[in-house]
Ligand binder design. Structure first.
Ligand code: NAD
Ligand code: MLT
Length: 542
């Protein structure tokens, strides 16, 4: 039974779901770091975490067991996704579960900051009744700038509109038309927005573009007394510049939930006036934690029971329905990769996949990845699957080219694969018979029909009388039973190049293959081993 490790505290509903899942074992091990974390991860098939545990490349180093990482929350910046992808580990998150809670926390910080709620209460605790010191600011009529108008940014916008604030927004992926529908006036850049706002809030991930989005230079362009809020990720605002801005009076207030380094217990901002800070509490509500834990555990349950991949952040999603409709074609693609890898050992520089007919309208990227997984499977020490196959090809300088043709030829769907090295190109084409029978229908320009399963002996020969009979009796002499045979020729008339494929009941000894190659008119021969037709790799839910 797959084993899951819980690395951060998870709501009880999530734990209860793990307990009742029936298809998973689990262990809760919170606070692991360094070598202890790396070692623990090698003992599990899946893991679930929030933002506390850090799954760095070092923590994942050498892991051959872990298949799925689930982030119960939005930000996956505590997971080295590139390292996970390289190891074939799918990373999924639960993006919607804490949207409202984080938007509400943003509003709470904005209001708390404007009305000095925290210092005013502190003064009461210290026995002071001071009504003059804590003069506040009304939100109605003020302009709020929002950088990042995804789920949380939009939820903040609608709440701020209810408070009669005017909203200016910037998001490179939100069209002006949609922004207008949401009642948001868009700016061409954050730079254009900064001088126009009384409050600024950011709701973007931390990226190369958003890191240091607001520093000393930007603060100078803002209205005097501007208030800045960050409930997204530390590092979007330069914390030292915020402290300077507060000191000079250019900034009227700062509210932070997130910090450049977390945990953060020591900051130049803590203890300053007009600052309101919380320790990354945006998603800390019972509702949000229940949502992300239940959703996250659900992702693991589905992944380990059916292979379904939802909300993946390092690959295309593979939901149950898509997986069901694609499974047969994924299997054909994967087996073409396995076949070509065993027939041509020269290092490829290009793989070209052409999808013809119905299959061309499917998610061909997944089908190409399945081909790449088959191609590399025997070459790699560690697992190759549709998560990491493409990146592994790219790392080896192998270009993956995809072509789609919706016209239907002789088959309603056809997958053609070509692997080119410096010296030659190997080609094969396959299709699906019924729902699950993977067939090879073209090899080296010869049309034929063979099941893509079991032990296959392929031989290139001259299309002359008697060749097939000689091959048959040779294997008879070696007591190798031939289950089926397919022959095809390159040209329509006899005498040219042809290809034969025997499906054998057992592995032929090397002497039999040597004797075959010694026969007149036999040019080349290959023995290829494929899994039984119904056997799928684990990443296909097998
Ligand atoms: P989202 O993916 O729905 O939205 C992010 C938006 O940022 C997208 O619309 C994207 O187009 C935009 N964006 C990306 N780069 C940008 C740039 N350079 N300039 C402007 N916009 C840009 O994500 P979300 O769920 O709204 O989460 C937003 C952030 O909040 C994330 O960083 C997430 O990790 C963080 N978060 C924090 C807490 C918390 O506890 N404080 C809780 C949940 C989420
Ligand atoms: C998130 O990205 O979801 C938040 O940072 C909340 C959390 O800590 O999980």
């Amino acid at each position: 039974m797959p084993k899951v490790i819980v690395l951060d505290s998870l709501s009880q509903d999530g734990i209860d779901l793990l307990e009742s899942a029936g298809n998973l074992e689990y262990e809760v091990r919170i606070g692991l770091k360094g070598e202890e974390l790396r070692q623990a991860l090698t003992e599990f098939d899946g893991c679930i975490l929030r933002s506390g545990a850090k799954l760095t490349a070092d923590a994942l180093e050498g892991n051959t067991r872990l298949k799925a990482i689930v982030r119960a929350g939005v930000g996956t910046d505590n997971i080295d996704k590139e390292a996970a992808t390289r190891l074939g580990i799918v990373v999924m998150n639960t993006p919607g579960g804490n949207t409202i809670s984080t938007a509400e926390h943003t509003m709470a910080l904005m209001m708390g900051l404007s009305r000095n709620v925290a210092p005013a209460y502190q003064s009461l605790r210290e026995g002071r009744w001071d009504r003059k010191l804590y003069m506040g600011t009304q939100l109605a009529g003020k302009t709020l700038g929002i950088v990042g108008l995804g789920r949380i940014g939009q939820a903040v916008a609608s709440r701020a509109q209810a408070l009669e604030m005017k909203i200016l927004g910037y998001d490179p992926f939100l069209s002006a038309a949609r922004a207008k529908e949401l009642g948001i006036e868009t700016c061409a850049s954050p730079k254009e927005m900064f001088p126009l706002v009384d409050y600024l809030t950011v709701h973007t991930p931390l990226t190369d573009e958003t890191r240091g989005l607001v520093g000393a230079k930007e603060i100078k362009t803002m209205r005097k007394g501007v208030r800045l809020i960050n409930c997204a990720r530390g590092g979007i605002y330069d914390e030292a510049a915020l402290a300077e801005g507060l000191k000079s009076g250019q900034i009227g207030g700062v509210a932070l939930d997130v910090y450049s380094t977390e945990p953060c217990t020591d900051s130049p901002l803590f203890g300053m006036d007009n600052v309101l800070c919380t320790p990354h509490l945006g998603a800390s509500t019972e509702e949000a934690q229940t949502n992300v834990a239940v959703e996250g555990v659900g992702l693991l349950i589905d992944f380990f029971s059916t292979g379904e991949i939802r909300q993946a952040v390092n690959m295309s999603p593979l939901d149950g329905k898509t997986l069901e409709t694609l499974r047969g074609s994924l299997n054909v693609s994967y087996r073409l990769g396995l076949l070509l890898a065993q027939m041509d050992k020269s290092p490829p520089n290009t793989c070209k996949l052409t999808f013809e007919g119905d299959v061309a309208s499917k998610d061909t990227r997944l089908l190409s990845a399945a081909f790449a997984a088959g191609l590399l499977e025997h070459a790699m020490d560690s697992e190759v699957n549709i998560v990491n196959a493409e990146i592994l090809l790219r790392e080896r300088g192998i270009e993956l080219i995809e072509q789609r043709k919706t016209d239907v030829g002789d088959f309603s769907s056809l997958i053609k694969a070509e692997v080119t090295s410096d010296t030659r190109t190997s080609q094969a084409a396959g299709t699906l018979f019924g729902k699950m029978i993977p067939k090879l229908v073209q090899k080296a320009g010869c049309e034929l029909e063979a099941n893509l399963e079991g032990i296959l002996l392929l031989f290139r020969h001259l299309d002359t009388p008697g060749v097939i009979g000689k091959v048959g009796s040779l294997f008879g002499t070696h007591r190798i039973n031939i289950a089926s045979m397919a022959v095809g020729r390159q040209e329509s008339k006899p005498g040219g190049q042809a290809m034969g494929i025997l499906s054998l009941d057992s592995q032929p000894p090397s002497e039999a293959v040597a004797e075959l190659l010694a026969l007149d008119d036999i040019k080349q021969a290959w023995v290829v081993k494929l899994p039984p037709a119904q056997e799928m790799p684990s990443w296909m839910g097998g």
